[in-house]
Design a protein around this ligand. Structure first.
Ligand SMILES: Nc1ncnc2c1ncn2[C@@H]1O[C@H](COP(=O)(O)OP(=O)(O)OP(=O)(O)O)[C@@H](O)[C@H]1O
Length: 410
């Protein structure tokens, strides 16, 4: 995948200056509606923050105050340390990419023309614009030669959304605001877009504020999730595992719902300690077919090269459960996180955002046929893993990272 011509930023460091700061921000509309009241939070550089909450709770208003599409009636907003109220709005918006649900592509311009809009406004030379457009279209998974020539009405909803992302990134802004960007897309294309966006974010590490109605989307994508209630009240801002494991208020507990234990499956990684030793047969094979059943050490569905993706240490428990259910046996071979690790980030020690662990990138991970599992997961092991994650939350922690070490503990 091509680069964006910028170094890949490291994960945000604790204590580093935030890229975005809201300090006591409020917004009262002229008709008296208080959309946001006394809101304060920081977004460190490189973080993907998802804002989630019921309709009308002030998410969009909050987002639009960051790029001055809506002016706060109280408080201050800083972007890269600069008070946005004192920044020329046009200059400000060049530093803040903006992606919305209805995309807002220009219908009379081709895909290339749309992506080139801001670089043209900035007066870039045409060779630089051409190179940048090629780079961005490839980055979002669109072929510049074919798709680049089309007009927006000749694209699927998912493709339009990708063009919207490419256009927002054109001038390489450090900040990206995304307002329900995938909500008009059907669920399958949406899951793919989410996975692709996570991979893209791992590469470009923008500071992203992402508004969504969908808690599962927030949990999947967010380094942290901000849960809002009416009046722009920030109920909790924490990593996804903590939102699910330790809701800070009754509102959050209600919002994440009674099935939060199930949602935890998506944010709890499989650890070596959850595994039994490898099955003797599956570990013993040396002929590439492994095991004695001639089916790659699995039940035949897991045959190397043709079967489902391998489950690796670090994968979310949800992926392990799905793999367990998809086969006839009641144990699952699990592979090391390192060799041929999934591009999802879930198998990458210290890498990736929490949500990255659920990237569907694992689908391509069929691995080396000679690779042997390092252990096996049983239903009891899966159960114990879930209980471990809940117990880790119950033991406390200070609200910093995910209590189950999604990022750091692998
Ligand atoms: N221009 C406006 N004039 C008056 N009230 C407004 C205006 N825009 C938004 N509001 C009100 O402010 C509150 C917050 O709206 P906002 O759009 O920020 O919420 P939201 O959480 O993004 O909602 P949704 O999820 O439905 O998009 C709502 O009560 C809304 O009706």
């Amino acid at each position: 995948m091509p680069t964006t011509g910028q170094p890949t930023a490291a994960k945000p460091e604790a204590g580093a200056d935030p890229m975005i700061s809201l300090v006591g921000v409020g917004r009262r509309y002229p008709d008296g509606t208080v959309a946001v009241r006394d809101l304060s939070f920081d977004v460190p550089a490189g973080e993907l923050l998802c804002m989630v909450g019921p309709s009308g709770c002030g998410k969009t208003t909050t987002m639009k105050m960051i790029n001055r599409l809506v002016e706060p009636t109280s408080g201050r907003i800083l972007v890269a340390g600069e008070d946005v109220a004192r920044t020329n709005p046009v200059r400000l918006r060049r530093r803040i990419g903006y992606v919305i649900q209805q995309v807002g592509l220009f219908g009379h311009l081709t895909v290339r023309g749309n992506v080139a809009t801001v670089p043209r406004l900035l007066g870039w030379p045409s060779t630089r614009i051409r190179a940048r457009v090629d780079e961005l279209l490839e980055l979002v998974g669109l072929d510049p030669a074919t798709i680049g020539r089309r007009y927006p009405h000749e694209l699927s909803g998912g493709q339009q959304q990708r063009v919207g992302v490419a256009r927002a990134l054109a001038a390489d802004p450090p900040v990206l605001l995304m307002d329900e960007p995938f909500s008009a897309i059907d669920p399958i294309a949406r899951a793919r877009l989410q996975a692709e966006f996570l991979r893209l974010q791992q590469e470009i590490r923008k500071t992203v504020v992402f508004v969504t109605h969908d808690l599962d989307e927030a949990i999947r994508l967010g380094d942290r999730v901000a849960v809002f209630s009416q009046g722009g009240t920030l109920e909790q801002i924490d990593p996804p595992a903590r939102i699910l494991g330790r809701p800070a208020t009754d509102f959050v507990a209600d919002f994440v719902g009674a099935d939060r234990a199930l949602r935890r499956l998506a944010v709890t990684p499989l650890l070596p300690a959850d595994l039994e030793p490898p099955r003797p047969h599956s570990a013993a094979g040396t002929n590439g077919a492994g095991g004695t059943n001639g089916a790659g050490g699995t039940d035949g569905r897991g045959a190397v090269g043709t079967g489902p993706a391998r489950v690796r240490v670090g994968a979310p428990l949800r992926q392990a459960l799905a793999a367990l259910l998809a086969q006839d046996r009641d144990t699952l071979d699990v592979y090391a996180a390192t060799a041929g690790a999934s591009p999802s980030g879930g198998g990458t020690p210290g890498g990736g955002v929490p949500g990255g662990a659920v990237s569907s990138g694992a689908a391509a991970d069929e691995g080396d046929p000679r690779e042997q599992p390092i252990g096996m997961l049983t239903p009891a092991g899966l159960h114990a893993a879930l209980r471990r994650s809940v117990a880790a939350d119950d033991a406390g922690g200070t609200g910093g990272g995910p209590s189950v070490g999604l990022v750091d503990g692998l």
